[in-house]
Design a protein around this ligand. Structure first.
Ligand SMILES: Cc1ncc(COP(=O)(O)O)c(C=O)c1O
Length: 405
């Protein structure tokens, strides 16, 4: 599998950065945002060098921009297994798209309706739903257990005839927990209840199939899967047209555009297409989707192996406590969080940073989960997130530095 990283690393110029002691940089903050391959950088530059314009004009650069946007919706729809490019709306980031969706749904739901969120989720999939309280909707929270997984008996017991929507993450950006979203879909399958999945932390590691998941909405962010800082909302065909998001009278009033406000970041859109092309180029197959499937299977294998090795090494060290589920099952993202018995997460990350190792500390906006596990007062956790370009050699160096702390 080291051959896999040899093949991929050469495309990432930022991996070559060294510090003043000539130590090569090690990026372990993929859950905060991955590095980008040269293909993405070139696509963004090419857009500004040749095609920069607004959409829907009669002139060449505008028509090229229209193509950039259409091409992107097509690629994202194939990547997510969506019915059509018209299921894909583009936004500044996941948080903004989710707020717009919540605001639109606040005009549809009624007083006394119940929306379920979880204690494990990132605030971006909790805060937007809280605005529904303004119209009398009850927000019901599913318990997080001390082992970093959701309490599914609590989940099931909270679904009832008033439940109009379930909003949950596919995996936790704080602990790497892989959530039981298929199980939850079973709980609600015979009900008239919308199902929204936050795939932001999941999409870099596993291929998604929205049709198989049978969800109504899904959100993901390209800057977590080797692209620039923009995000997507998938909506099941027909649903978005029924909603009334905040929008100008002059903009397109139908899906997928009606939830997109103002001029989008066209250069970044061009970069995201290049990021998806990059992922697919790592796989084999006769169709674009098959190549993505094959690439994701190699990415998952590589990342899981490294993360399991890292997890087991950290577990065997008496000054660290690893937080979250173990690696006994493949249902785990390659994100390993821990605390140190003597130093705060900020101090540990500062010591790692001195050795040119990039790792983040804190709650990563999964504030409720960190509070629930009693970790807030000690500064949260240290998070080491593996991405496709990380190597065993890098993990060995991280373990060596870490064990000296
Ligand atoms: C699981 C999860 N959901 C949502 C978000 C918010 O995404 P964005 O920064 O695109 O708003 C993040 C960002 O870290 C995340 O990790």
């Amino acid at each position: 599998m080291e051959g896999f990283t040899v093949k991929t690393r050469e495309y990432f110029p930022s991996l070559n950065r060294v510090n003043s002691s000539n130590q090569q940089i090690i990026y372990l903050d993929g859950p905060g945002g991955t590095q980008v391959p040269i293909q993405v950088i070139e696509a963004i530059s090419q857009y500004y060098l040749r095609s920069n314009a607004n959409t829907h004009g009669e002139f060449i650069t505008s028509q090229e921009t229209d193509l950039v946007m259409d091409n992107l919706r097509t690629k994202v729809s194939v990547m997510l297994g969506a019915e059509s490019p018209n299921s894909i709306s583009i936004g500044q980031n996941m948080t903004t798209l989710n707020y717009s969706l919540a605001r639109a749904l606040s005009r549809k739901f009624n007083e006394g309706d119940e929306v379920i969120v979880t204690e494990l989720d990132h605030e971006a999939n909790r805060g937007p739903w809280m605005i529904l309280k303004e119209v009398g909707v009850k927000i019901i929270e599913v318990n997080l257990m001390q082992n970093g997984t959701l309490d599914y008996s609590d989940f099931k017991s909270k679904i009832n005839d008033q439940t109009v929507m379930v909003c949950m993450g596919m995996s936790s950006n704080a602990f790497g927990t892989f959530n039981g979203f298929k199980k939850v879909k079973e709980y609600i399958k015979d009900r008239k209840c919308l199902f929204l999945l936050d795939a932001v932390h999941y999409a870099p590691h596993f291929l998604i199939d929205v049709k198989e998941l049978d969800c109504d909405f899904m959100l993901c962010s390209a800057y977590k899967f080797y692209g620039p800082h923009i995000s997507f909302l998938y909506s099941r065909p027909g649903i978005l047209n029924d909603l009334s998001p905040d929008r100008l009278v002059v903009q397109e009033q139908k899906a997928p555009y009606l939830i997109e406000t103002g001029t989008l970041n066209h250069a970044s859109c061009s970069g995201v297409s290049a990021a998806i092309d990059f992922i697919s180029s790592l796989g084999q197959g006769s169709t674009y989707r098959e190549k993505l499937e094959s690439a994701y299977s190699q990415i998952s294998d590589h990342e899981f192996k490294l993360a399991k090795y890292l997890y087991e090494s950290l577990e065997g060290y008496n000054k660290t406590t690893v937080i979250g589920p173990d690696f006994s099952s493949r249902e785990r993202t390659p994100t390993v969080s821990f605390v140190h018995s003597e130093y705060s997460p900020k101090e540990v990350c500062a010591k790692l940073a001195k050795q040119n190792i990039c790792a983040w500390n804190g709650h990563f906006y999964a504030l409720k989960a960190i509070q629930k596990l009693g970790l807030d007062s000690r500064g949260g956790v240290i998070r080491l997130g593996i991405s496709l370009y990380n190597t065993k050699k890098e993990i060995d160096r991280v373990i060596e530095v870490k064990q000296s702390i």
